[in-house]
Design a protein around this ligand. Sequence first.
Ligand SMILES: [Zn+2]
Length: 258
Amino acid sequence: MYHDVRAGAPDPAVPATAAAYHVTKALFAEHLRAIRASGRQVITASQWAQGRAGDSVVLTFDDGWRGTFEVAVPMLLEAGWRATVYVTRDFIGRDGFATREMIREAARAGIEIGAHGTTHRMLSSCTPEEMRWEFLTCKRDLESIVDGPVEHASQPGGDWSEDIAACAQDAGLRTLGSSRPGVNGASTPRHCLRRVAVKAGTPATAVGRFCRYAVGLEVARWTLLQMPRRLLGMRNYSRLRRLVLDGHRTERKAVFEP
Ligand SMILES: [Zn+2]
């Protein structure tokens, strides 16, 4: 689970909580070499859903950041690989994010476009109608941009629930990527696919390890983190996380809240 790959210096307008997930171009090149060395097939979410799960990895990108399209996509295509990019409808055309043209162009080149919410709000705080609208509106608008079906999604934030999964399924989405780390097999629920977060500081050795499906460390860390999140509630957890990671920058106007 990638977010952005950037060619230049970090954008000061991007809050630290988001920038922590933005990988430099040089590091991403190292990651691609580690993936190549692993010998795994690189496939898309739809190829995975079609049953090509045996010896593969799926590279996903959340939100629809500009660098994903300008930096990561050309590198992936040069490697002969495709990826699944989950785009938030309301981020399209904003500073730091992809334009409609960039998304259409990437889809034409073989990149799979998936949905990542209409507004990027936490689905756990939505009514069932709002949740449905978040999935459906994003899906429909992206379909009009790529001129083809959008059948896969990932959810903003980490607050997965059975209701969210059921809603995604009702909206016609065949898979839903979560933020739960792990390895996806035949028994993994298709609307709670496991993904391992790649962060700004994730070394290529770790990406190589993820490709060997050795993600026990990430699973253990995630399990521990569930405790305070559940006790504090999602909103307070986000506040606490921002306070810890962002410090003095919390008063700045956030362009993006992960
Ligand atoms: Zn997101």
